[in-house]
Design a protein around this ligand. Structure first.
Ligand SMILES: NC(=O)c1ccc[n+]([C@@H]2O[C@H](COP(=O)([O-])OP(=O)(O)OC[C@H]3O[C@@H](n4cnc5c(N)ncnc54)[C@H](O)[C@@H]3O)[C@@H](O)[C@H]2O)c1
Length: 267
C-alpha cells in the first residue's frame, strides 16, 4: 500500500534543498516524477546528484514559476503529454529568509513590506494556483493526493533566541510572514480537503521541523535543546511521511497536518 508504481507526481521547488528528498522518495516508491522549479536557478548539489543517478524515463525537469497561472498550465501540459494526468502533487516551492540571505537587517517595525508580500505570493498564492490547476486536472480524473509542505512555524512562533549569537545591529530576526504564510498553507489544505473529499482528492500538509544542513554549532545546540528527539531532521526522516501521504497507506487521511518535527511543537 506504500507503492506508487502507477503514479505520476509533480514536485514544485524541486531543485532546492528538500525538493530532491521528495523526488527521490517518490521515485523509490515507483512513481514517475516531474521536478518543477524556476527557469535558470542553480540546482542544489543534492538535486544534481539525484539527476545523475535517476532513470531519465522516470524523472523530468520542467521550468515553472508557481506564481504564474499561465506558466503552471504550460508545465502541466508537458506532464500530461509525456505521461498523463498527475496523481500526486507536492507543493514544496517556498521562500524563507535565512540568516545568510544578504537581504539586510531590520527591526520588526521596519521590515520592508515587499519582502513579506513576496513570501505570501510564493508560499500561499503559488500553492493555491497549483491546487487550482493541477488539482483541477486530478478532479476531472477522479483521484489524487495533494501534499502541501508546511513548517513547524505554521504552529509556533520563531524562537528568536536561536539567532542571538549572530553579530550585527539591529540583531537578526526571523520575519513574521514565513510562519503566517505556512499557517495559511495549513488552512488551504483544510479548505480543499473538505471541498474535494467526496470527489476522490485527498489534501494534507506535511510540516517539517528544522532540517540539518549548514547551520552553525551554536544554532544547532540551541535548536536541538528544544527538540524532544534531541536532533535536527535528516533527509531519511522526511521520505517515509511523504510516501505515506502520497500513497493509499493514508487512504482515510485528509485535511491533516503531519508534523515531522522530532516533537518540537509538542513542547
Ligand atoms: N529546510 C528546512 O529546514 C525546512 C523546514 C520546514 C519547512 N521547509 C519548507 O520546505 C520547502 C522547501 O524548502 P527548502 O529548504 O528546500 O528551500 P530551498 O530554498 O532550498 O528550495 C526552495 C525551492 O523553491 C523554488 N522556488 C522559489 N520560488 C519559486 C517560484 N515562484 N516558483 C517555483 N519554484 C520556486 C526555489 O528555486 C528553490 O529551488 C519550503 O516550502 C520550505 O518552506 C523547509
Amino acid at each position: 500500500m506504500f507503492r506508487l508504481d502507477e503514479d505520476i507526481a509533480i514536485v514544485t521547488g524541486a531543485t532546492g534543498k528538500l525538493g530532491p528528498v521528495w523526488v527521490e522518495a517518490l521515485l523509490e516508491a515507483g512513481a514517475r516524477v516531474a521536478a518543477w522549479d524556476l527557469a535558470g536557478v542553480q540546482p542544489s548539489p543534492g538535486f544534481n546528484a539525484l539527476e545523475q543517478r535517476a532513470d531519465r524515463g522516470r524523472m523530468i525537469r520542467i521550468d515553472c514559476d508557481v506564481t504564474s497561472r499561465a506558466g503552471i498550465e504550460a508545465a502541466l501540459r508537458q506532464v500530461t503529454t509525456a505521461w498523463g494526468t498527475p496523481t500526486v502533487l507536492v507543493n514544496n516551492a517556498g521562500i524563507d529568509q535565512p540568516p545568510d540571505s544578504g537581504k539586510g537587517r531590520f527591526t520588526a517595525e521596519d521590515l520592508p513590506i515587499e519582502m513579506m508580500r513576496r513570501m505570501v505570493e510564493v508560499n500561499i498564492i503559488g500553492a493555491l494556483q497549483m491546487i487550482q490547476t493541477v488539482g483541477g486536472a486530478m478532479l476531472a480524473a477522479g483521484h489524487g493526493s495533494i501534499i502541501n509542505v508546511g513548517s513547524l512555524y505554521a504552529s509556533v512562533a520563531n524562537d528568536q533566541r536561536f539567532y542571538d549569537h549572530f553579530p550585527g545591529d539591529p540583531p537578526f530576526i526571523k520575519v513574521p510572514s514565513y510562519g503566517a504564510s505556512k499557517a495559511g498553507v495549513v488552512s488551504l489544505t483544510k479548505y480543499f480537503a473538505t471541498l474535494w473529499g467526496t470527489r476522490g482528492i485527498r489534501v494534507n500538509t506535511l510540516s517539517p521541523g528544522g532540517v540539518l544542513g549548514g547551520q552553525d554549532d551554536q544554532f544547532k545546540k540551541k535548536f536541538c535543546s528544544r527538540v524532544p528527539l534531541g536532533r535536527m531532521a535528516v533527509s531519511e526522516d522526511l521520505k517515509g511521511p511523504l510516501v505515506f501521504l502520497a500513497s493509499s497507506a493514508s487512504s482515510y487521511v485528509t485535511g491533516a497536518e503531519l508534523r515531522v518535527d522530532g516533537g518540537f511543537t509538542a513542547w
